[in-house]
Design a protein around this ligand. Structure first.
Ligand code: NAP
Length: 254
C-alpha cells in the first residue's frame, strides 16, 4: 500500500539534493507532485525520473522569492491534480557566510527572503487550498543551525531557519482546527551540493562528519524518508513539532 495514494504535493527546492529525492519518494508513494526551483533542465530531469518510475509530476520553474510563483504552484496543483494535500517548503540557501559585523544588509535580506519569506508566501497560498481538502500536511525544512547549534558565519541562515520554526508553530495552532498539520524538519549535515559546499575540503568534511554522533553526513534519501513520515498519516497526531534528523549532532559532545 502506497503511503501517499491519492495525495497531491508541492515540493520546493526540487532541482537538487533533499528536494529532488523527496519529490521522487513522494511520487513513488503515490502522490502527484508539483515540483519547483529556478533550474528548468534539472526539474525536467526530475519529472522524467518520476515518470520512468511510473509516477506523475509537473514542473513549474521560478524564483521562490516571487509571490506569483507561490500562487502559480497552488493553482497548478488544483488545476492539474484537483487540490493540494502536502507542501514541502524546502528551498533554501546558506547565503554568503560572514561574522555578523561583516554581514551586509543585502546578504541578510536575500538570505531571509529565500529561506523564510518564501516559506511564508508558500504557506499563504497553500493553506486555503488545504482547507478546501479538509486537511493537509505542511512541512518546512529548517536545520539544527539556529536551533541547537551556533555555527560561525551563519547568522542570517540561522535566523531564517529559526524563524521557520516560529512560523510553523503558529500555523500549527491557527490551522489545526482545519485538520492541517504543520511541522519542521531539521536535518544535520547532508551530502547534497549545499552540504558539499560547506564541507568543501577533505579536512572540512571530516570536521563536519565528526560533529555528528553517527560520524557521517546524511544521504538526501534519509532526509526524504523523514519528510515522507511528516507528510503521511504515519504522523497523523504530530503537529507543531521540530523533527531533528541530525545524526545526533544536537547532542554530540564527542
Ligand atoms: N545539506 C545540508 O547539510 C542541510 C542541512 C540542514 C538543512 N538543509 C536545508 O535543506 C534544504 C535543501 O537543501 P539541500 O541540502 O538539498 O541543498 P541543494 O542541493 O543546494 O538544494 C537547494 C534547493 O533550493 C533551491 N533554491 C535555492 N534558492 C532558490 C530560489 N531563490 N528560488 C527557487 N529555488 C531556490 C535550489 O534550486 P535552484 O538552484 O534550481 O533554484 C535547490 O533545488 C535547504 O533549505 C537547506 O537549508 C540542508
Amino acid at each position: 500500500m502506497h503511503q501517499l495514494s491519492g495525495k497531491v504535493a508541492i515540493v520546493t527546492g526540487a532541482s537538487s539534493g533533499i528536494g529532488y529525492e523527496t519529490a521522487r519518494l513522494f511520487a513513488r508513494e503515490g502522490a502527484k507532485v508539483v515540483v519547483t526551483a529556478r533550474r528548468q533542465a534539472e526539474l525536467n530531469a526530475l519529472v522524467a525520473d518520476i515518470e520512468r518510475d511510473g509516477g506523475e509530476a509537473i514542473a513549474v520553474a521560478g524564483d521562490i522569492r516571487d509571490e506569483h510563483l507561490a500562487r502559480a504552484l497552488v493553482e497548478t496543483a488544483v488545476g492539474r491534480y484537483g487540490g493540494l494535500d502536502i507542501a514541502f517548503n524546502n528551498a533554501g540557501t546558506t547565503g554568503d557566510t560572514a561574522p555578523a559585523s561583516d554581514t551586509s544588509i543585502g546578504t541578510w535580506q536575500s538570505t531571509l527572503d529565500t529561506n523564510l519569506t518564501s516559506a511564508f508566501l508558500g504557506a499563504k497560498y497553500q493553506l486555503p487550498a488545504m482547507i478546501k481538502r479538509g486537511g493537509g500536511s505542511i512541512i518546512f525544512t529548517s536545520t539544527v543551525v539556529g536551533s541547537t547549534i551556533g555555527f560561525p558565519g551563519m547568522g542570517a541562515y540561522a535566523a531564517s531557519k529559526a524563524g521557520l520554526i516560529g512560523l510553523m508553530q503558529v500555523i500549527a495552532v491557527e490551522y489545526g482546527v482545519h485538520g492541517i498539520r504543520a511541522n519542521a524538519l531539521l536535518p544535520g549535515g547532508t551530502d547534497t551540493p549545499m552540504g558539499r559546499a560547506t564541507a568543501n575540503t577533505p579536512e572540512a568534511r571530516a570536521f563536519v562528519e565528526g560533529l555528528h554522533a553517527l560520524k557521517r553526513l546524511a544521504l538526501p534519501e534519509e532526509i526524504a524518508r523523514s519528510a515522507l513520515y511528516l507528510a503521511s498519516d504515519a504522523s497523523s497526531f504530530t503537529t507543531g513539532s521540530s523533527l531533528r534528523v541530525d545524526g545526533g549532532a544536537s547532542v554530540n559532545r564527542t
